[in-house]
Design a protein around this ligand. Structure first.
Ligand SMILES: Cc1cc2nc3c(=O)[nH]c(=O)nc-3n(C[C@H](O)[C@H](O)[C@H](O)COP(=O)(O)OP(=O)(O)OC[C@H]3O[C@@H](n4cnc5c(N)ncnc54)[C@H](O)[C@@H]3O)c2cc1C
Length: 428
């Protein structure tokens, strides 16, 4: 693991130029978490007159690049919230319900099968394609007349500011301008420029794996099972999409990644079938593949004066446990509740008390979710005999101990720590 401290960023612009605009909340980054936060703030706080702005580097009319072909497993808690926020009903493609989860590892004796019905649920969550999800978020954002949107607009750094607000320096098509806010939310992803400008260091860990993501058609249609097959070089997951295809994630050792990228479709399917086996029948054809080098990036702090880090800017996880966006959404929804609380007591929405209360509420979920995802990524990729035995015992215990299963399932469905109201299915 390595630690990276950004170079100190001075308040590097002369203080005399006044901001072009001033808002209560400025969200930097309109990706999965930033867009969801803007929608949730509008729903919860619209009537209070809070003035919210969303800054995004991608131009109007183009979805940010993160809305690609990756398949996202949305935990039940996230689905609850996104339904109330009006995003789920705007999805144009059907979602794939995850009714059971099957986990096994090549070479180990353990395997586990989790049934949603056993936990009184119809499903554990839903699979959506990031591109479809991005379009549904965009349609929802477009329906919010109060939200001020800046795009294309790139956050550059902070200018000198007083104690009651921050001033962001922003590059737009018209040149550089300044935007002031009582609270700046960094939702600008793994390489967060806001985090760097705040001088917040990060811890990096490279998993030495590359994940290939693709849509695959099989001779059998998905039956609601999400399969996770673990190997020495990462997971191969086969997810039930709603369009009759499988969403496939295939992890390979980094030094094999170029060779796998060079495979033609037929050779890639043979490789996939070898890694995964025949549980879902024969794979027939594969769509375009995207590749992602796997790393974990953790911010050492998630708050600073008048600023807060959410989503990948705060923590970028290995996708093995399908937790990254689910966790980031809970960061965002908890922030909305803390801002509401501050308003209700006549407090300062960007003040130190408000941000400390948010960080305290997020601690348990963040720590437990990080430990779960990282533990899964590291132990499943460890080929030693001892690790194999421990894994076998772990999977065996999970398969045979109903209380343990209920705890693991509850966490994976997004119910860890202090759960935001919308995730529990309560009204905004
Ligand atoms: C292969 C793969 C599979 C995954 N599967 C799952 C899953 O099943 N479930 C799950 O919960 N998560 C999953 N994830 C994780 C999920 O994609 C991330 O957690 C999520 O994208 C984080 O959202 P974010 O908004 O924090 O960051 P991003 O989505 O990266 O958005 C950041 C946004 O900020 C903008 N931006 C960046 N810099 C600036 C700047 N200087 N100025 C203005 N704007 C800027 C970008 O254009 C972008 O729109 C997966 C990830 C991968 C790679």
């Amino acid at each position: 693991m390595s630690s990276h401290a950004p170079p100190p960023t001075p308040a590097d612009a002369p203080p005399e130029a006044p901001p072009a605009a001033s808002h209560d909340v400025l969200i930097v980054g309109g990706g999965l978490v930033g867009a969801s936060l803007a929608i949730a703030l509008d729903l919860a706080l619209g009537r209070s007159g809070l003035d919210v702005a969303l800054l995004e580097a991608a131009p109007a009319g183009a979805l940010p690049a993160v809305f690609d072909q990756r398949n996202l497993s949305l935990a039940e808690a996230s689905v609850n919230a996104l339904r109330t926020l009006g995003v789920m009903p705007r999805l144009r493609t059907p979602t794939g319900a995850i009714r059971r989860i099957h986990i096994s590892r090549s070479g180990d004796f353990g395997r586990v099968r989790l049934e949603a019905a056993e936990h009184g649920r119809d499903s554990f969550g839903q699979v959506v394609v990031a591109r479809d999800f991005g379009e549904a978020l965009e349609a929802t954002l477009a329906s919010l007349p109060r939200l001020r949107r800046y795009r294309p607009a790139r956050f550059l750094g902070f200018a000198a500011h007083g104690n009651d607000r921050r001033v962001a320096r922003v590059a737009t098509d018209a040149g550089e301008s300044r935007i002031a806010a009582r609270l700046v939310v960094a939702a600008d992803g793994t390489a967060s420029a806001v985090r760097d400008a705040l001088g917040i260091a990060t811890q990096h860990h490279d998993y030495d794996q590359t994940l290939f993501v693709a849509r695959v058609r099989g001779e059998r249609a998905p039956d609601g099972t999400a399969w996770e097959r673990l190997t020495d070089h990462g997971p191969t997951a086969v997810l039930p999409r709603g369009d009759g295809h499988y969403g496939v994630i295939h992890g390979v050792a980094r030094d094999e990644a170029d060779a796998v990228a060079a495979l033609d479709d037929a050779a890639f399917l043979v490789r996939l079938q070898q890694a995964f086996g025949w549980r879902a029948g024969r794979f027939l054809d594969v769509g375009p593949r995207n590749a992602y080098p796997m790393q974990r990036v953790l911010a050492e702090r998630t708050i600073a004066p008048r600023a807060v880090l959410v989503g990948n800017a705060a923590q970028t996880l290995h996708p093995i446990g399908a937790q990254g966006f689910n966790l980031g959404l809970r960061d965002a929804l908890t922030l909305v509740e803390c801002i509401e609380d501050a308003q209700a007591r006549g407090g300062d929405i960007g003040g130190a008390d408000t941000l400390a209360a948010w960080a305290a509420r997020r601690r348990e979920d963040r720590e437990r979710t990080l430990a779960f995802s990282d533990g899964l990524a590291r132990t499943t990729a460890n080929p030693s005999a001892l690790a194999a035995t421990m894994r076998g015992l772990g999977l065996f215990a999970l398969d045979h101990d109903a209380a343990l299963r209920a705890r693991v399932v509850g966490g994976a469905m997004g119910y860890r720590g202090d759960v935001p109201r919308l995730c529990r299915g309560e009204a905004a």
